[in-house]
Ligand binder design. Structure first.
Ligand code: AMP
Length: 177
């Protein structure tokens, strides 16, 4: 199977859930992909290919589905794993960054000692939608002195143009909608 066909098998395994969590949103449910042993392995294999030969010290994974892909990827690349979580979840001292939602604001946190100067990082999540979350994570990453090698997503909702939030950085995605 060629690369394009392999990516297509992943795309077909992602379930669209209309009107979740709110009316008008089509949620990309990756549980149907993760629970398939062949396709989960293929997903991680292809993310490794996408990451290429960039030097990576740490994977920065975004709560919560980003943890699943980021953990597997860190293991495969021989990189450390850093968790980005919603406020109040991390036990140690944190740094935080806010981003705009449709209504209001949300924020993400990272341990203040999770990254340091000279660390080369891949930021990983399952889906990029508006790009606000990824952008806030990028601010945390650079705020701690690390360098963003690339942003890596399993799926990109291109019609929301999240890329423009991450201008100036390399953005890699396996599946596009
Ligand atoms: P955003 O900040 O708008 O790019 O949203 C990205 C975050 O929200 C990621 O952590 C995604 O997992 C989640 N997300 C946003 N939209 C969707 C969607 N349509 N399907 C699945 N996850 C989504």
């Amino acid at each position: 199977m060629n690369l394009e066909a392999q990516v297509e098998t992943l795309k077909s395994a992602i379930r669209d859930v209309p009107d979740f969590p709110r009316p008008g949103i089509v949620f990309k449910d990756i549980t149907t992909l993760l629970q398939d042993p062949v396709l989960f392995r293929r997903t991680v294999d292809l993310l490794v290919v996408l990451a290429g030969d960039r030097p990576v010290d740490r994977i920065v994974a975004i709560e919560s589905r980003g943890f699943l892909l980021g953990g597997a990827l860190a293991h495969r690349l021989g990189a450390g794993l850093v968790l980005v979580r919603k406020p109040g979840k991390l036990p140690w001292k944190t740094v935080s960054a806010s981003y705009e939602l449709e209504y209001g604001e949300d924020s993400v946190e990272m341990h203040e000692d999770a990254l340091g100067a000279g660390d080369r990082v891949l930021i990983v999540d399952d889906v990029i939608a508006t790009g606000g979350t990824a952008r806030a994570v990028g601010e945390l990453t650079e705020g701690l002195g690390a360098t963003i090698g690339a942003y890596l997503f399993l799926a990109e909702l291109t019609f929301l143009n999240g890329r423009k939030q991450l201008a100036g950085h390399e953005i890699l995605s396996l599946i596009r909608y």
